[in-house]
Design a protein around this ligand. Sequence first.
Ligand SMILES: Nc1ncnc2c1ncn2[C@@H]1O[C@H](COP(=O)(O)OP(=O)(O)OP(=O)(O)O)[C@@H](O)[C@H]1O
Length: 578
Amino acid sequence: MEQLRNITAGDPKKMLKPILWAVLANLANIFPFGCMAAAVSMIYAYYAKEQPSLNTQGLWLAWGGMVLFLVLVFLCERMSYRATYRGAYESSAEGRTHLAEHMRKLPLGFLMKKDPGELGHMMMNDFTHLENAMTNLLPQLVSGTIIPILAFIGLLFMDWRMAVAMLAGFPISMLLLWGVSGLEHKLGKSHSKAKIVQANCLQEYLLGMKVIKAYNLRGENFKRLEQAFYRYMKESIKLEGVLGPFFLVAIALTQTGLSLMTIVGVYLILGGEITVPLFAMFLLVGTRIFDPLSVAIMRLPAFKYDAMAGERIVSLLNQPVMTGEKEPPENHNIRLENVTFSYDKNIVLHNVSVEMKEGTLTAIVGPSGSGKSTLLRLIARFYDPQEGKVLFGGRDEREMDPEKLMKKISMVFQDVYLFQDTIRNNIRYGREDATQEEIEAAAKKACCHDFIMKLPQGYDTMVGEGGSTLSGGERQRISIARAMLKNAPVILLDEATSSLDPENEVEMQKAISDLIKGRTVIMIAHRLKTVVKADNIIVLDKGKIIELGRHEELIKSGGLYVKLWNLQTKTNGWKLSV
Ligand SMILES: Nc1ncnc2c1ncn2[C@@H]1O[C@H](COP(=O)(O)OP(=O)(O)OP(=O)(O)O)[C@@H](O)[C@H]1O
């Protein structure tokens, strides 16, 4: 049951119908066989002179029954086939969607610890394993076990000694397989791990191609990939080489039942305890059941291996998502109370307490790695702090539905991600129901309309892989247009103006002033102008707030802020985060 749960990505009900049809199809398979047995015994009775004439009426009936039942078998198998494929692919598509949705709700911290290659592998390859298990292996296992069980029960009534002899080797082979199941699981796990490592190395190799070429790193980097390929090869050979013989022995043990049954049968015929037709019947059934049984045993390791893919999916689905159902309040004051946060063991923010009042602009400055981006991520609830609280409108963010909270916040981050979609849709991610006029208005405010109109298909130009390539500044302006469209009361800006040319800079500053008017804005500041105008400046150093106040106040204090300020004005550079 556990494995059925795993191969259906936690939803075994999906395979109930396919299994039921498979059982019915296998049951229906018995009847033509019964008709054939009846016909054989009628013919035998005539030739053995037990009957004075051939029972032609009975033979016609048996033939008619056989045809009828064959039609029934065909119908049941068709239904079983349809239900299996439908169930499997539906379950896989729903499973993938459910997992993607679940991943979105997981704390970012959990996902960051996972390799993106591993998650991608899980989403694509692991579900392909499940599809294979459901469409190919499960039906073979069902028919491979149902037919022998039913045949065994039927034969028990005819002659229990022959029936027991026929399946005598089966329990021993099952015992053997049970004995190696621990080893099988261990080898299967390291095999799939090697497969994931191989996929990760390949992804890293392809993504890092630019750096590899620029620094002529081919040798070292390729070695890692080559090692991953060879490790996978070794694990595959180990898996097949170690387990294969056990399964072959199990099949051989099961098939010894046929010879045992023949010996017992001959012995019983000679003793006059069974008739020749009964013996022939056992031989017929025997040859029919050992093939599916052997196939079932052969498929068992593949099924268990595929179930391991399901185990990985189910364990990710069991990861607790971010909790909280409450609506965020209409008040947009943000307050951090004694917040301490670490990604792993290193504490990144120490006991931080600060208030960002509704409608004000707060600038965060500080050296690189001081925790500025982390502070913004905590406000956006990408993570929950280990100690202390982040209050939104006076309410702990932990109590709030993360998606509802996100509706209140617009973010413009340094690393702008554009989807492989049209420019129009990339802006529309800010608000799904926005009209073309609204999209254009936002684009104009964010100074992207002109360059978009110069592109070959204007707003319908594809961006991302295979589409138009945009400069860093253009990407950033699109993300600002997105934020404009979202029209959220809280704006989080991280280096939002870092890659714009001086010409656009002026217009962008104007647009940003429009964007932030009357809203609660928290920005990682790099530009003097922004910092000077800010209502409050947080100076972070090694995860602690060391200074707090307006520009004029901080200038007078003679602390780190002044040092950063002097450094920037002296070098005529742009960045306050050094
Ligand atoms: N996802 C993560 N996992 C582990 N450590 C992280 C993660 N993100 C950031 N850190 C670490 O946390 C510390 C603070 O990083 P953060 O990005 O908040 O600093 P920052 O002040 O924004 O830096 P910068 O100005 O260079 O962007 C750094 O030491 C960084 O290495």
